[in-house]
Ligand binder design. Structure first.
Ligand code: SAH
Length: 370
């Protein structure tokens, strides 16, 4: 993956912007369903935090916010949840103000979010008969694998479906000639040599630990984080979980090699900067880093029936993966293969699901800053 190494993901990686047919905004219903399933945990955590600290100005950050309906809907729910506690406990004092920091990589379509803000503020007012709390929203473009905010400015950090993205494809998967040792696969798969899964795990440890260190400076003591990310159930990587979706994508690309629509070498050199950790791997890093207490770690399995019923599960998955991967795939393989690739991919997902269920695992992690 010479490309990635040279230009850097901060320049290349982004969800498909805008609101068109292939945009992330129109193809993120699976993420929405899953974060909705975790919503009670998110809201309970923010309420506990508010009860414990009652700040006059509450700093909230959404890391990897992307653009589309998911971005502001969680913020709205968080504001409502805090207001409910305020009404029940400290209503003699003025309602808190909310400072909302939206973060994503610089290529994210922040403008789409900005355009949705007037309506967001109008709705907040309308739902409260004109008496909306002060809500200040700002964007903080940059990688969350580095400092984003000043010291002690955040009370609550939320991140949904973003932390399974690594800072880079692990450099240790390349040999001395710079060739990927993960031939024929785009993530850890059944034919990957052990050096590949070790390289991915090492990269996860380095990145997640850096993430914790950075956030520990930015969060006030007692501040909370709710991190929702894709993960896996047991120590092995080869299961019918999240890694299986990548395996199916590798197979679909391989099918395009024979008719000459792409080259084997291109498949060999394409690897994703993704990692699905286990609960134990996350816990291990939290303990090692030492700034946070692990309050809760739950595993969710999002029901397959939650796909878009009108188009079926395979197509829903294909559209979702396309909105996420298009920026990277089109640079590597060329845009012209994408329609065919994702059509076949959707079919293959349906075929496989008919044989045996695929069970993508989501982890929900609640951390408290010591
Ligand atoms: N939170 C949204 C979007 C999830 S998509 C939702 O639940 O629907 C994942 C997002 O994480 C993408 O927008 C991607 O650009 C962002 N992301 C990935 N790596 C990142 C990094 N290192 N720093 C900041 N954002 C990142």
């Amino acid at each position: 993956m010479e490309n990635n190494k040279k230009k850097g993901l901060e320049i290349e990686f982004h969800m498909t912007g805008g609101t068109g047919k292939t945009s992330y905004a129109k193809n993120s219903s699976l993420q929405k369903k899953a974060s909705d399933e975790a919503k009670h945990i998110t809201l309970e955590t923010v309420q506990e935090l508010y009860k414990a600290t009652s700040p006059k100005s509450l700093g909230l950050a959404d890391l990897g916010c992307s653009s589309g309906p998911n971005t502001l809907s969680t913020i709205r729910d968080i504001i409502e949840a805090v207001e409910a506690v305020h009404r029940d406990t400290t209503s003699s004092q003025p309602s808190p103000e909310f400072c909302v920091f939206l973060n994503d990589l610089p290529r994210n379509d922040f403008n789409s979010i900005f355009k949705a803000l007037p309506e967001f503020h109008r709705e907040l007012k309308r739902d409260r008969n004109g008496g909306s709390p002060p809500v200040f929203i700002a964007a903080y473009p940059g990688s969350f694998y580095g400092r984003l905010f000043p010291d002690n400015t955040l009370h609550f950090v939320y991140s949904s479906y973003s932390l399974h993205w690594l800072s880079k494809v692990p450099p240790a998967i390349y040999d001395e000639q710079g060739k990927s040792m993960n031939k024929g696969c785009i993530y850890i798969c059944s034919s990957s040599p052990e050096v590949v899964s070790k390289a991915y795990y090492d990269q996860f440890k380095e990145d997640f630990s850096l993430f914790l260190q950075c956030r520990s400076k930015e969060l006030v003591s007692g501040g909370r984080m709710v991190l929702i990310l894709l993960g896996r159930e047991g120590p092995g990587h080869i299961d019918r979980g999240n890694s299986f979706f990548w395996e199916l994508l590798s197979r679909t690309v391989a099918d395009l090699v024979a008719p000459g629509e792409t080259e084997e070498e291109k498949l060999d050199s394409y690897d994703v900067h993704f990692y699905a950790p286990t609960a134990a791997e996350i816990e291990g890093e939290v303990i090692k880093e030492g700034s946070f207490e692990l309050d809760r770690l739950e595993m969710l399995e999002v029901d397959r029936q939650t796909g878009d019923n009108a188009i079926g599960y395979g197509k829903t998955v294909a559209k979702t993966v396309r909105a996420i991967q298009e920026s990277m795939l089109s640079q590597h393989f060329g845009e012209e293969i994408l329609d065919k690739l994702f059509e076949s991919y959707g079919r293959l997902v349906d075929e496989e699901v008919a044989k045996e269920d695929i069970r993508p695992i989501t982890l929900v992690v609640v951390l408290r800053k010591l």
